[in-house]
Each structure stands twice: as structure tokens, then as C-alpha cells.
Design a protein around this ligand. Structure first.
Ligand SMILES: [Zn+2]
Length: 172
């Protein structure tokens, strides 16, 4: 999973010249042909991806926090980039902690991949490691403070950053 998703994320970051945080995820999504539509949706729904031969609509729940909306856009872009031939996707609340070992169902695998892609594109490993290196020397930086600073720098939720650091083996 991680190889394919990381490669795709890196390829898009290079194409759209995104080499420092925060990543302009809307620019990448638009560049890939998605029209982003923000609308208040059911609380349970994070995002919708609708595609046919002529257009790609990416619906985002405008009632959600902006950082969460960024993750949703990245997640739907993951479906768009990795999962061709799925005309209609509705994502109810995206489970950030969806891990490989939790499910072997095909649809769940696609959710895992979309999440892994979202994490890799919004929080590229190299940039996260550089940021951690530059923030950590301050001895008084507690772990929660570090996550907070990184989340702000990458414009993602602290939850998403927290999971990313665990997955990268930076924290346990
Ligand atoms: Zn999804």
C-alpha cells in the first residue's frame, strides 16, 4: 500500500511544485481536473467524489473545520488518482486510524489507500522529518506542543499529524 500511495503523492507534489508546507492541496486537485464544491452536507459525510467522462466533482462538507476539509480533499484526490472506474464515492466520516491490519475488504482497502495518500501528500515524509528536526532541539518542546506546531505548519488537524508521526515511527 504505502509504496504505491507514496509514489503517487510524490509525483503530484513534484508536478505541482509543492516542496514546502502547507501543501496547496486545492491547487493539486484542481490541476488534476477536479471541481471543488463546498457545501454543508450531513454531519456524517466528509466528502463526495463524482466523476464521469466530462467532469470530476469533488464535494466537501463546508460545515467541517478547514483543516479537516483539506484532509477530505486529499482523501478524495487519492480515490481519483488511485481508483479509476469508481463513478460515485460518498465518504462518511473518514476514520483517520484506518490501518492495514484492520480490514481486508476491498472497499476498506481503498479507504486505507486514500488515507495513506492523503497523509503522504499533505504531510510528505521528508518535509515532516525536516520540520521535526528543526523544532525538536528546543528542549522545552513537549510532544503535544510539537504536534501542535507541526499541525499548524502543515495546516492539518493535530489528530492527522499525530497519526502521521506514529506511522513514520517518529513517535510511538
Ligand atoms: Zn474514501
Amino acid at each position: 500500500v504505502s509504496k504505491k500511495t507514496d509514489q503517487k503523492a510524490e509525483q503530484l507534489l513534484a508536478t505541482y511544485v509543492q516542496f514546502s508546507p502547507p501543501i496547496d492541496i486545492e491547487k493539486i486537485a484542481r490541476g488534476e481536473g477536479a471541481r471543488i464544491i463546498r457545501q454543508p452536507l450531513d454531519h456524517d459525510v466528509s466528502g463526495i467524489l463524482l466523476r464521469d467522462d466530462s467532469q470530476v466533482l469533488l464535494g466537501v462538507n463546508a460545515a467541517h473545520h478547514l483543516r479537516r476539509q483539506r484532509f477530505t480533499i486529499a482523501h478524495e484526490l487519492g480515490h481519483l488518482s488511485l481508483h479509476p472506474g469508481r463513478p460515485y464515492t460518498v465518504d462518511s466520516t473518514i476514520r483517520l486510524n484506518w490501518r492495514d491490519d484492520l480490514s481486508s475488504l476491498a472497499t476498506d482497502r481503498q479507504e486505507i489507500e486514500a488515507n495513506a495518500f492523503a497523509a503522504a501528500v499533505l504531510m510528505p515524509e521528508k518535509l515532516v522529518r525536516e520540520a521535526v528536526k528543526s523544532l525538536r532541539p528546543a528542549r522545552n518542546t513537549t510532544e503535544s506542543r510539537l504536534i501542535d506546531l507541526l499541525a499548524r505548519q502543515f495546516d492539518v488537524s493535530t489528530e492527522a499529524m499525530s497519526f502521521r508521526l506514529v506511522n513514520l515511527g517518529i513517535r510511538s
